[in-house]
Design a protein around this ligand. Structure first.
Ligand SMILES: [Zn+2]
Length: 165
């Protein structure tokens, strides 16, 4: 790793020079938790008009409500001031526009070896998956009805989030 991250470490030193987030607590000051995709086109805070300190962000391929996402949301709701949850997959997501076979083939080609054993949580119907995911949050026994849960799709071409459920 020697040298591999020098550019990042340099940038981090500059960041730390005018660091303003020290002394921050870890609660979500705007009461918001977001589950969204790892896609680099998404700026989860910026697209919602939020700033550091405002929200809990959980990201994974596809922006899915996985077991670990639920773990994060339960912690958020009970210990970190979360009272609204937004689940936000996005348009042109590779997880919903490719097939499992295709992704395994492409990863296998890149890796130069068999990738057929690797799990990829592909989505065949993004809107149906989103409805299921929102329901998973609402139905969780440790997430009370007072917590508002919404499902949206972020449009990577316009920057708008469209309410779905
Ligand atoms: Zn995506």
């Amino acid at each position: 790793m020697t040298g591999d991250f020098d550019d990042i470490l340099t940038a981090n030193k500059e960041f730390a020079e005018d660091f303003t987030l020290s002394g921050f607590d870890g609660v979500a000051h705007a009461g918001i938790a977001v589950v969204t995709c790892m896609d680099s086109r998404i700026d989860p805070l910026g697209m919602l008009g939020l700033k550091p300190g405002d929200a809990k962000i959980f990201r994974n391929p596809g922006g899915r409500v996985t077991e670990q996402a639920l773990e994060a949301l339960v912690l958020g709701v009970h210990l970190l001031n979360v009272n609204r949850v937004l689940v936000i997959p996005h348009t042109r997501c590779a997880m919903s526009s490719s097939t499992l076979e295709d992704v395994r083939r492409r990863v296998g080609e890149s890796a130069g070896q068999d990738a057929s054993w690797q799990t990829f949580s592909m989505v065949t119907d993004q809107e149906a998956a989103l409805r299921d995911d929102v329901h998973k949050v609402q139905a969780h026994p440790l997430i009370p009805d007072s917590v508002k849960v919404g499902g949206f799709v972020y449009d990577v071409d316009t920057g708008l989030i469209n309410p779905i459920v």
